[in-house]
Design a protein around this ligand. Sequence first.
Ligand code: GLP
Length: 244
Amino acid sequence: RTFPDSELASAQVARELADFIRERAAAGQTAVVGLATGSSPTRVYEELVRLHQQEGLSFQNVVSFNLDEYYPMAPDSLQSYVRFMHEYLFDHVDIRPENIHIPDGTVLPEQVADYCRDYEAQIVAAGGIDWQLLGIGRTGHIGFNEPGSGSGSRTRLITLDHITRTDAASDFYGEENVPRRALTMGVGTILEARHVVLLAWGEGKAAVVKRLVEGEPTDTVPATYLQHHPAVQVVLDEAAAAEL
Ligand code: GLP
C-alpha cells in the first residue's frame, strides 16, 4: 500500500491497530502486539498516543513484545530501546507495566541462551503475536536479523552488520560507540505473527523495498521471507515505492 506521504500512512496504520485493540477489548480478549523501534514507527506511536488522549483508546488489554535491543545495553541509556519505547509510547498510554516485554540488554553472556528461549516461551504463553509492526534496515534486516539469518531463526544474540552500525552511528555519536551485537526475535519468530505490517519511508529504502517485494526469498535479504507469510502488508510512501 503506497501513500502520498508517511504521515498519512502512519495515521492509517495507527487507526487499524487501534480498531484491532478495541475489537479485542470488546470481546474481553488481549491484543498481543509486536513492536518495532527506529524512525519508521514513531509517527504511528504518536498517533496512538493521540487516540488514547483524545478518543479514549485504552491499552489495558494490550500485551507487547518488542523485536530487539542492542547488546550490551543499559535500559536507562539514551540509545536503549527501553527508553525509546517509553518516550514514544508507553509513558503516554495506560498499558500495564507487567504486559511490556523488551529484550533485556543487561542479561549476562552465559544466560543469553536461556533468556532467549524464555522470551520465545513468553510469546507462546501470551497466545502468540497477533499484530506485528516492522521496519526494515538497508541490509534487508527485520528486527536485527541481518543477512545470513534463516527463515527458521529464533530469538538470539546476533552480530550487527557493518551497514547497520554505520546507520546507527549518529545515535551513538560515532560508529565506534555502536554496540557490535544485539538481541533479536528471529525471522521464524516474526513469521509466526498472525498479521504483519512493515513500514518503509523515503528514497533511502527504495532499493531494499524492491528486493523485499520483487526479489527471490533468500537469507541474503532476510525480509524477503515475509513473502511466505499469508497476511503481510507493506506500507510505503511514494519515495520508498519508487523502484517498484
Ligand atoms: C533498526 C531496528 C529495526 C528497524 C531498522 C530500521 O536498527 N533494530 O528494527 O526496523 O533498524 O530503522 P529505521 O526505521 O530508523 O529506518
